[in-house]
Ligand binder design. Structure first.
Ligand SMILES: Nc1ncnc2c1ncn2[C@@H]1O[C@H](COP(=O)(O)OP(=O)(O)O)[C@@H](O)[C@H]1O
Ligand SMILES: N[C@@H](CCC(=O)OP(=O)(O)O)C(=O)O
Length: 261
């Protein structure tokens, strides 16, 4: 019914500045491109991180010592804040959005998975953009995704998307340390290639989000192996999504077939 159905994942690092504040123009640029695609009959499912950092904006430091409980609390506070931001911006563009908060259980074969499919397909059929995030408030241990890169990959596969675009704060996968002058963005990657030696996620404990580039590469390769071309690209740049859709060489493309250089 639409010409194309794509899944876009936006990470915490994309939407925050160095002071960990959410940067509204970044969200506005993202929604502007989703609205432009909608006019071209391309519908988007958005997977957005940000609830934990948004909760920190509201609450500041908190006294809860347990890490899991702290994440639950920050996220429960921050998720409606994220949705208010998105709701208002989509509204400015004359569009509607909706919140979908799955846990990993919702992807096990059976009724939960079918409920998810029904909900997402129903929203899309009404021209409403589903905005998914892990339900961090209740998802702990067994029901947790490794991060939203995994959630985005599962949604793309579940809905048989035409493309998955993983937006982060860097131009793509680099073939060495990203800050090293000799490192370049790897343009094309196959699902079977082992490029783990390129990954340098450092001290993951101190990160704002959860995933790291290792996770993006892993889930991009899993998604691409299921015949869904997947892009890892810079969401801080102005027109990244439109450039990818129009076939320009942007970021790292992970796909079964490599493009000619
Ligand atoms: N080989 C690599 N190429 C690009 N980025 C890398 C690489 N190794 C590690 N990284 C790190 O991965 C980060 C992006 O992942 P992450 O922090 O999870 O972002 P997000 O919040 O967008 O999910 C980059 O900012 C970069 O520091
Ligand atoms: N679900 C969490 C984000 C988890 C996550 O995967 O973060 P990121 O690596 O920034 O995409 C949140 O909304 O804060």
């Amino acid at each position: 019914m639409y010409k194309e159905k794509i899944v876009i994942k936006v990470g915490t690092n994309v939407m925050t500045n160095k002071d960990n504040r959410i940067v509204r123009p970044v969200l506005r640029r993202l929604v502007r491109q989703i609205a432009e695609l909608y006019e071209r009959d391309i519908i988007t499912v958005l997977v957005s991180s940000g609830s934990v950092i948004a909760g920190k904006e509201v609450l500041g430091n908190c006294d809860i010592k347990d890490k899991t409980q702290r994440r639950q609390v920050y996220s429960a506070i921050g998720q409606p804040r994220m949705m208010r931001l998105y709701y208002n911006i989509f509204h400015e563009y004359g569009m509607k959005c909706a919140q979908v908060l799955p846990t990993k259980r919702d992807f096990s074969p059976g009724i939960h998975r079918q409920n998810m499919i029904n909900c997402c397909e129903g929203l899309l059929s009404e021209g409403v953009i589903p905005i998914a995030n892990e339900d961090d408030a209740v998802s702990v241990t067994m029901s947790m995704f490794s991060d939203n890169d995994e959630l985005a990959s599962l949604i793309a596969q579940m809905l048989d998307a035409d493309k998955l675009i993983i937006l982060t704060d860097i131009d793509g996968l680099y073939d060495g340390h990203p800050q090293d002058e000799d490192s370049d963005v790897v343009k094309n990657v196959k699902p079977s290639e082992n490029l783990n030696s390129y990954i340098d996620d450092g001290n993951i404990e101190n990160k704002k989000g959860r995933g790291g580039m290792g996770s993006k590469l892993k889930y991009a390769q899993i998604t691409a192996a299921n015949n869904i071309p997947t892009f890892i690209a810079n969401g801080k740049r102005d027109n990244t999504i439109i450039d990818i859709i129009e076939g320009r060489s942007v970021g790292t493309k992970v796909a079964l077939e490599k493009e000619e250089a």
